[in-house]
Design a protein around this ligand. Structure first.
Ligand code: PEP
Ligand code: MG
Length: 322
């Protein structure tokens, strides 16, 4: 099995009838790059930067962050690297960040919401990212964006720091891509408005599923309701992909669903451009993609979108391509 997968190294992730997708990797720390390169990923689809902030007693400084981001983009040698800005709060705490207890932390003060209030901290990260953008193909991605105002505020901070860095004599990629994760139903439903103001989307199904079904992703009691294959989730995914394409933008997915063999034919059929998953899932995903036709996948996705339940969707996919 392993030898069979190794033979896929260097080959494109392309369907039988020539539709190519990108298979990228999710990472948490720069050391993860080794596995990414070994498994021949097309890029990094999600670099979760919160690990830089954890297990210490104060915020990482600009220079330390710059070193980490630069290392990653340089090692990826021109391949795209989507770096997510700090996603803490909710269930992820930092010992030096004093946050009030919340009744519903997953609906609370987290991710971009927190960054837009703690702007000193956020600006430091943006500066480190912009400086690293000079050394490779870096793309900035904001988590948990629920409103256009949040996106606009975050983009304004990016523009302000770009100007400041340039005035200070730093080299940056002036045209660095800025995109968002689609993790809230509001953003998925209103994707057309967002698509006009971003360079790309990446769907974070881990959160999008929990918010769509109102089922806490960490609560065992409601885990049967946590349904990535619920037709409502599929509708949202399709809406996001179509809205991005209508504006000439692209959509990836970096939640767990992107690496699931059951999901891949459906997502290819819906037109997803990029799949980001654990490095170990890349070659199995490539192997699978090379076995089917995109036009069959499109027909499968169309039928799945008409299903009433997640079980019906899964049954349909499992009997695919019959
Ligand atoms: C997601 O929500 O799908 C995602 C990739 O982000 P995280 O799992 O870090 O919340
Ligand atoms: Mg998330």
């Amino acid at each position: 099995e392993n030898a069979k997968q190794k033979r896929l190294i260097g080959l494109p992730s392309v369907t039988e009838d020539g539709a190519t997708v990108e298979l990228s990797a999710n990472i948490g720390v720069p050391d993860d790059i080794k596995g990414v390169l070994e498994n021949d990923a097309d890029g990094i689809g999600l670099y979760r930067t919160e690990f830089l902030y954890m297990g210490r007693n104060r915020f990482p400084e600009e220079e330390e962050q710059f070193d980490a981001y630069r290392t990653v983009v340089e090692q990826m040698n021109g391949a795209p690297v989507l770096i997510r800005t700090l996603d803490v709060g909710g269930d992820k705490k930092l010992p030096y960040l004093d946050l009030p207890e919340e009744l519903n932390p997953l609906l609370g003060f987290r991710a971009i919401r927190l960054c837009l209030e703690k702007t000193d901290m956020f600006r430091t990260q943006l500066r480190a990212l912009l400086r690293a953008s000079h050394y490779g193909n870096l793309k900035i991605m904001f988590p948990m964006v629920a409103t256009l105002e949040e996106l606009r505020e975050a983009k304004t901070l990016v523009e302000e720091e770009k100007k400041r860095l340039t005035d200070e004599g730093h080299s940056i990629d002036e045209r660095v891509s800025v995109g968002i994760m689609v993790e809230t139903p509001s953003t998925a439903v209103a994707a057309t408005s967002f698509a006009k103001e971003v360079d790309f989307f990446s769907i974070g199904t881990n959160d999008l599923v929990q918010y769509t079904l109102a089922a806490d992703r960490t609560n065992e009691r409601v885990s049967p309701l946590y349904q990535p294959y619920h037709p409502a989730v599929l509708q949202l995914i399709k809406n996001v992909i179509e809205a991005s394409h209508a504006e000439g933008k692209w959509t990836g997915m970096c939640g767990e669903m992107a690496g699931e063999e059951t999901a891949i034919p459906l997502l290819v059929g819906m037109g997803l451009d990029e799949f980001s998953m654990s490095a170990a899932s890349i070659l199995p995903a490539r192997s699978l993609i090379r076995t089917f036709h995109s036009k069959d996948a499109r027909a499968l996705a169309e039928r799945a979108l008409l299903c009433g339940t997640a079980d019906e969707v899964k049954e349909m996919v499992h009997s695919y391509p019959k």
